[in-house]
Write a protein that binds this ligand. Structure first.
Ligand code: AMP
Length: 463
């Protein structure tokens, strides 16, 4: 078996790797490091959790240890799709360059321009950035990319999803033709293929097994259920989620709960908190200090349940997650693999549960097709799914009651368990998103105001 000591890394880097507790390189490291050290371009097809970060940081540190940075001309550049990922890459550099003198700067949103400008002015060996922020600095004339010797693109497929490809192309064109490029992507979409064909020169291609095939330590299950009514789908799903968490008891030391939409991330987090769970949301609309605080809390165990969107969670390195809950089935089957890959890392066991309603079924089929296996169906842990109230009975209810807004009525269906009761307006936020709800029993317009009502008369008159 190959060891790190067989890879030609410098003794100082080797020492730092040993101290981090790693002896054996992962397949992407074993495949990429020797080529990167040789100065070749590398195309790594690997996703997060495979050890890909060290597969570029280690050779970069060895190579950059020789030579010195010049003012405003960074010697290497690592592009990441999200701030969190960039911060994580920066941490990796800190860990492995412990015994090597290297300077680095992090250009991400939420970090002040001034501080970073000062660092860049002095000259940095490694610049780690998100594409937008890098171009902001460049356009302000604070930065030259003509000294880049090594350029890394990390999680290119996510960059594609986030619309960063034009920025990446521009950045490539601002760096010297002679640079070495290390390019990582979990998948090879045609657009990614095009970029690699254009900007990489005879790359060594290293493809490592998808996590889908390596996730045998993850126990998976799905609760397939039909909400009693369309407008109760949200609250009933939250109830199923609580029951799933409760059923796991202490075995669920911490969990990430994934939602497809940002608005649901907030709704689910608020609802869980209301029911007494230790939960916090993370998504792209939160400011940087809040995201960092939440993540730190989750890493050190102060936060037990992290409710996340796919983008926010992508690339986050949280080693010991006991459970993943999919509040929704992701619409891209690949995301399912990413999500459940948050648990069961490095040979640990983990559990991943998915809530699936009829509208998710086609996505669920796509997931099973991708995994090439059936995900076991679980019984609905909510002992008795609330039965739909007969329409006649509702129509007979006293006037006062029928005037109750659809919001408050919907929130009632959350009340079916023994958790602490909620404050008066508690249903509001958690039900903002509830689906269609256009059945006979919804009185008034509920959340669904026809668009024309919102139009200004002034505007109409003018037009
Ligand atoms: P990454 O794919 O870079 O996000 O890395 C995933 C996790 O694997 C991180 O927690 C790394 O610290 C860890 N890791 C990196 N290299 C190794 C290795 N050779 N052996 C075991 N774990 C590793």
């Amino acid at each position: 078996m190959t060891k790190f000591s067989d890879l030609n890394l410098s003794p100082k880097v080797l020492k730092a790797v040993e101290e981090a507790g790693y002896e054996t390189p992962t397949p992407i490291q074993e495949g990429a490091i020797p080529h990167a050290l040789d100065g070749k371009d590398v195309l790594g097809i690997a996703q997060t959790g495979t050890g890909k970060t060290a597969s570029f940081t280690l050779p970069m540190i060895c190579k950059l240890a020789r030579g010195r940075a010049r003012a405003r001309m960074p010697r290497s550049l690592v592009l990441c799709p999200t701030r969190e990922l960039a911060a994580q890459v920066a941490e990796n550099f800190d860990t492995y360059s412990k015994y090597v003198k290297l300077t680095k700067a992090l250009l991400i949103g939420g970090v002040s321009f001034k501080e970073q400008d000062q660092l860049i002015d002095k000259g940095v060996d490694v610049l780690i950035a998100t594409p937008g922020r890098l171009l902001d600095h460049f356009e302000r004339g604070k930065l030259l990319l003509t000294g880049i010797e090594i350029m890394v693109v990390d999680e290119a497929d996510r960059m594609l999803d986030m619309g960063f490809i034009p920025d990446i192309e521009r950045i490539f064109s601002l760096t010297p033709f002679t640079r070495q490029t290390l390019f990582f992507s979990a998948t090879m979409a045609p657009e990614i293929e095009r970029i690699t064909n254009t900007f990489l020169s005879a790359p060594a291609r290293i493809e490592v097994a998808r996590q889908a095939t390596a996730s045998e330590t993850i126990e998976q299950g799905a609760v397939v259920f039909k909400p009693s009514r369309k407008d109760r789908e949200g609250s009933e799903k939250r109830k199923v989620l609580r029951a799933l968490i409760d059923a796991e008891g202490e075995a669920c030391t911490n969990a990430i709960i994934f939602c497809n939409r940002k608005v649901d991330v907030d709704v689910v987090a608020k609802s869980l908190k209301k029911y007494g769970y230790n939960a916090s949301p993370i998504h792209g609309d939160l400011d940087q200090s809040q995201r960092t605080k939440t993540l730190d809390g989750f890493r050190n165990g102060d936060v037990r349940l992290l409710i996340a969107s796919d983008v926010a969670a992508r690339g986050l390195d949280i080693p010991a997650v006991s459970h993943v809950f999919n509040f929704d089935v992701p619409s891209h089957a690949e995301d399912y693999v990413h999500r459940i890959g948050r648990t069961g890392r490095a040979g640990r066991s983990g559990k991943a549960f998915t809530i699936c309603t009829p509208r998710d079924e086609k996505y669920f089929e796509a997931v099973e097709k991708l995994l090439q296996k059936e995900i076991p169906r679980l019984d609905n842990p909510v002992a008795e799914a609330p039965a739909p109230a007969p329409v006649e009975a509702r129509e007979d209810t006293p006037k006062d009651d029928t005037r109750k807004s659809s919001r408050s009525r919907r929130s009632d269906s959350d009340k079916g368990d023994s958790r602490p009761s909620r404050s008066k307006d508690s249903g509001r936020s958690s039900d903002r998103r509830s689906g269609g709800g256009r059945d006979k029993t919804v009185v008034g317009m509920g959340d669904h105001m026809p668009e024309f009502i919102a139009l200004s008369f002034e505007e109409r008159r003018a037009s």
